[in-house]
Design a protein around this ligand. Sequence first.
Ligand code: 6U4
Length: 167
Amino acid sequence: MVLRKVYTLVFVRKENQILLGYKKRGFGMNKWNGFGGKVEPNESILDAAIRELNEECGLTVETTDLKNLAHLEFTFTGEPVMMDCRVFSTNIFNGTPIETEEMLPRWFQIDQLPFDNMWPDDRIWFPYMFKNKLFYGKFNFNGVDTILNYKIRELESMEEYYNEKGD
Ligand SMILES: Nc1[nH]c(=O)nc2c1ncn2[C@H]1C[C@H](O)[C@@H](COP(=O)(O)OP(=O)(O)OP(=O)(O)O)O1
């Protein structure tokens, strides 16, 4: 039996830039990524997305401004847990990104991303995000640096996808 844990991942966009945070501790340490984390019991996924963004870089966003653009599943050899990751983006936000205990935020030009210091799957699915596609991706890892296999497919609608999935 695989245990599923739900995570959020939020990307803030500004013109041709994207905000990433350098993870200073914990899972994904020393990698640049969007902002997010575990959905707490009794918390909605959208509430978790805005809470994690605020905790990790100080920005405030409204749930209605978050666009759900992808559903990603990550599994790791020998680990009975599947990370079920809901990806969102927005270009409407309040505040200025600040460094926190967990993340060091920085704006990047979208054609100058630090892929060598990011999760290896990001190279594969970021292009879908930048083309404004909706998509599903599944990545099987060995450790945190090697993708054993993956699949990715475009979706017509996230709502339809979750309805069919029964979520
Ligand atoms: N392969 C991968 N590619 C990617 O782009 N993002 C990934 C990823 N695997 C995990 N993530 C994201 C999902 C989530 O936003 C974050 C992991 O969340 P964390 O472990 O930081 O959760 P929490 O902040 O709840 O943790 P703690 O409070 O430290 O327990 O990394």
